[in-house]
Design a protein around this ligand. Structure first.
Ligand code: PMV
Length: 369
């Protein structure tokens, strides 16, 4: 599919008002996306676990307005008007208007809430942008429904297209958001060994997954809940002209090929090596950018060292990954839940801000409510 395939035909009729609600999960990348081309096209493919408990629920209520010269919207977080969220959503609307030509016809009330604390350092952009994209897709589906005969709706807007276009739109809001629609493992970015993979949207991982990875656990240790000093978009941009960029993009492609056999064979040791190396490489890219920056905190390193010595002492297959921040995602097989949680509570929680952590696991994707 190409970008043009996501441009809608003019809607023949319109609806006056309505409202849709979607709940969408966050995700944690195993092979990381870091560096992009124009229009949020990734420099390398990435793969992620869809989470189950860290979610954003968004309701979009829309009502027809008189003039269609400008966007009109208001955003609420947990019932509070958030004027500071508006510019990001206006930028998003600007990027997607070509694909959703009804956006200037309505006033939108966007009400959103997260299952995780807003200032937890857990990025809400992936779950937030995908929930918003899904609500907008539901509106478009309704506009198409009212304008053509029902069978044509099914053809042009079947479930597969609906999810692909929602992922395509979410990508334009925040790259990693395009991996937050489906469970349990999602690939984004063209890769020769992954059938159907695309730079334009995320696809559900299409191959066999060994039982070792079923219901994989992720405990998120909240090391630093403050605002990041450097945003992801600034970080992505610093990959332009980065001395190690091309080697890094090559490595990510190779790692993705390796993930396929790891997931099939259930090789936990190879999984650990790949996932931890990816996390540290991501942060190494940050530390070797110009200007350089560090998002890890002293407690991030304390936790990593504790994990390594715990693995040495026990037979545990617990490992860590990081996103663009100081928090640590501790990943482990379901069979180790009890012992790993004990270890986390006894030895790692002390390094979390206010002792806070979130228990999560692989999940099934977004849901309409
Ligand atoms: O989606 P963005 O632009 O916020 O970038 C996210 C990048 C990482 O979380 C660091 C890695 C990834 O693949 O999710």
């Amino acid at each position: 599919m190409i970008e043009k395939d996501f441009i809608s035909n003019p809607y023949k009729k319109s609806i006056e008002n309505g409202s849709f609600t979607w709940s969408s999960p966050s995700n944690i990348a195993l092979v990381k996306y870091w560096g992009k081309k124009e229009n949020q096209i990734p420099e390398n493919p990435s793969i992620s676990f869809t989470l189950n408990n860290c979610k954003t629920t968004t309701t979009v209520s829309f009502s027809k307005k008189q003039l269609n010269t400008d966007f009109s919207l208001e955003v609420f977080l947990d019932g509070q008007l958030k004027t500071d969220f508006k510019p990001k959503i206006l930028t998003f609307f600007n990027r997607i208007e070509t694909y959703l030509p009804f956006l200037k016809d309505y006033h939108f009330k966007i009400e959103t809430s997260n299952t995780f604390p807003h200032s937890s350092g857990i990025a809400s952009s992936a779950s937030g942008m995908s929930a918003l994209a899904l609500c907008l897709m539901s509106i478009e589906k309704e506009l198409i429904k009212s304008s053509v005969i029902p069978s044509a709706v099914e053809e042009s807007h079947n479930e597969d297209f609906f999810i692909k276009k929602a992922s395509f739109l979410a990508r334009l809001g925040s790259g990693s958001a395009c991996r937050s629609l489906e469970g349990d493992i999602v690939v984004w970015g063209k890769h020769d060994t992954i059938e159907g993979s695309s730079d334009l949207f995320g696809v559900k991982y299409p191959y066999e997954i060994h039982n070792n990875f079923k219901n994989y656990q992720d405990t998120i240790l909240l090391v630093d809940k403050g605002e990041k000093q450097v945003s992801s978009s600034v970080g992505h941009n610093l990959m332009y002209g980065h001395p190690f960029a091309q080697k890094r993009f090559k490595q990510a492609n190779k790692n993705l090929s390796n993930v396929v056999s790891i997931l099939k064979k259930g090789s936990l040791d190879a999984f650990i090596a790949l996932v931890e190396s990816e996390a540290l490489t991501l942060h190494a890219m940050m530390m070797t950018s110009m200007p350089y920056f560090i998002l890890m905190k002293p407690n991030t390193l304390e936790i990593i060292n504790k994990i390594w010595s715990y693995r040495e002492k026990t037979n545990s297959k617990l490992c860590f990954t990081l996103d663009a921040g100081a928090n640590v995602h501790v990943l482990y097989p379901e069979s180790e839940t009890k012992t790993c949680l004990e270890f986390i509570q006894n030895e790692l929680v002390a390094y979390c801000q206010n002792g806070q952590y979130i228990c999560d696991r692989i999940g099934f994707g977004a849901k309409q409510l």
